[in-house]
Design a protein around this ligand. Sequence first.
Ligand SMILES: NC(=O)C1=CN([C@@H]2O[C@H](COP(=O)(O)OP(=O)(O)OC[C@H]3O[C@@H](n4cnc5c(N)ncnc54)[C@H](O)[C@@H]3O)[C@@H](O)[C@H]2O)[C@@H](O)CC1
Ligand SMILES: [K+]
Length: 517
Amino acid sequence: MRRVGIHGTEPLYGLEATRSIERTASSALPPHTLMARAGLRVAELTRALAPHARCIWIACGPGNNGGDGLVAATHLQHFGRSTGGLPDIVVTLCGDPARLPPDAAHALQQALATGLQIQDAPPSSFDFAVDALLGIGCRRPPEGLLADHLRILRSSGAPVLSVDLPSGLDINTGVLMRAPGENPQASQERHTLSLLTLKPGLFTANGRDEAGQVWFDDLGVPPCDGVLAQAQLICEAPHSTAPRRRAHATHKGSYGEVVILGGQDIAQAGAGMTGAAVLAARAALHGGAGRVYVALLGETPGEPAVRWDPECPELMFRSVAALMSSALMQTAVIVCGCGGGDVVAELLPAVLAQAPALVLDADALNAIVKDSHLQARLQERSASGWITVLTPHPLEAARLLGSDTATVMSDRLAAAQHLSDRFAAICVLKGSGSVISAPGRMPMINASGNAALATAGTGDVLAGMIGSALALPPGSFEQTVQRVAGAVHQHGRLADRWIQTAHAGHLTASMLAEQAL
Ligand SMILES: NC(=O)C1=CN([C@@H]2O[C@H](COP(=O)(O)OP(=O)(O)OC[C@H]3O[C@@H](n4cnc5c(N)ncnc54)[C@H](O)[C@@H]3O)[C@@H](O)[C@H]2O)[C@@H](O)CC1
Ligand SMILES: [K+]
């Protein structure tokens, strides 16, 4: 058993793949072996997480997830007996004992044979709970008595260990099917022990909040040949993208150029977005790009309102006209959007036609939505081997797909992949568990980051960081995808580091940008 989210990458298996692995493993082992192993692991982790608990509630459901809970309860009771009767183990079972599936029925039989009693109701108070109500077999919102138990469990404030999946969480999408009237405690300590496989739903959409700290045990079953993972979890920046010690004999030209095109001036409709471009530029600079330029949109020609950034004088400001006619359009990574407003739409045809490496964010994405010629251009760029990275949040993704935010959020992996396929681009679908996808490749889910990033400008910082990652000498398309994933991971990692070390106050996008490398 191990804690997940620290090292390397992890394959994530959806429902069909997990069921297939389970079938293959079960048929090669004596009956009930997997459940016996699963229940023992749950008991061991419960003891490790709650060594001083006085009362542990084990809430079991009507399927094999409940069976895991029953095996765990049997062990915990046994441990308790050998240490003088504590903790008190209270077991409930939602579901008809006569209709349990064979593994769970066997677990119940064994539990009863050791003297374990099934209680009619949850304990009036408990200091740790095991959620063994529903696992991968949940396909509809919890209902009936099971929903009542889930409500009690999630509103109690006591730490919870979910067996395999938090009950009601969709294994593939991470969407939580909530019990009616459920009022979860956001501050509740949560753990999930994922069994046999790690599942995509644990790491995106509602998954991160519901699962809490994820643990994994493969139940002694080695990875199955021929069973395809649905996605990959990035717990560490890919090796090829980690910041490396720079060779001595290098110069600023060795680390590439980034141009930020955005930051609408306040003269345009009275709405100034200059800060967005400056944040992206600072992030690109701190992210390691050799030279960073900023071209602000909507300024009066010949009279740039912003000539330099006193906080970051390394940034070089250019007028849009000078930039568009310069060689930078071909040599630099162009990061376009970032507070670009409506003006950006006028420039996009030229940008798409000239820039071999392009990151499109925010207003640039909205402009693409409105123009089918620009959409066709994206396909042509890919055919020429040019790189386009789209960095939508769910609403922008919905606009690009002609759907709505709820549909995007109902399957974030599919939405990102759909965007990549449709626009022949690398896509970073932002949000809890950002998804990185590319045409014809397995999508990735980023494991780093936290809610400190939920503040204005952090998306601009990400766009700048992706820009600097792409500014390094070009590699294969696969390396490019890895670099984008590395930048996304690093962006989240900075926020993780910040909450571990900061004493007070909120993380701002400027603080994030300054630490970008
Ligand atoms: N069979 C095996 O070999 C193993 C199974 N394992 C465990 O078994 C789980 C999967 O077991 P199952 O396939 O039985 O599925 P679950 O135990 O997740 O749930 C299926 C049962 O819940 C009921 N149900 C589904 N949705 C409901 C809802 N919304 N409200 C109320 N009842 C609902 C179904 O009618 C069915 O009775 C895994 O998540 C894992 O915990 C592990 O022990 C590993 C080995
Ligand atoms: K569960």
